[in-house]
Design a protein around this ligand. Structure first.
Ligand code: SF4
Length: 98
């Protein structure tokens, strides 16, 4: 299973989730509208869900009906975007920003 980032992330991209993910599996690119969770790496720890300021993150089974398609959207990002193009902002970089 995995956690899934849904519609409220669009236009927000707060990145608090990136800071707390213990396995560094949340990615995006500059041109993407939201962050995405790699379902093959996520360990279902729920840390990201707790810190998201717009409640965009849900356990796969709990994704609201109107946002069910985001499970596939998150998964597709890691299939479609080469690893070399994915941006990953290290937690240490965010901390340095205060
Ligand atoms: Fe990372 Fe845990 Fe969120 Fe999965 S549930 S994306 S491992 S913080």
């Amino acid at each position: 299973m995995t956690y899934v980032i849904t519609e409220p992330c669009i236009g927000t991209k707060d990145a608090s989730c990136v800071d707390v993910c213990p396995v560094d599996c949340i990615y995006t690119r500059e041109e993407d509208p939201q962050y995405y969770i790699d379902p093959d790496t996520c360990i279902d720890c729920a840390a990201c869900e707790a810190v998201c300021p717009v409640s965009a993150i849900y356990f796969e089974d709990d994704v609201p009906e109107q946002w069910k398609q985001y499970t596939a959207t998150n998964k597709a990002f890691f299939k479609d975007v080469p690893a070399s193009e994915r941006t990953f902002r290290q937690r240490s970089e965010r901390s340095a920003q205060g």
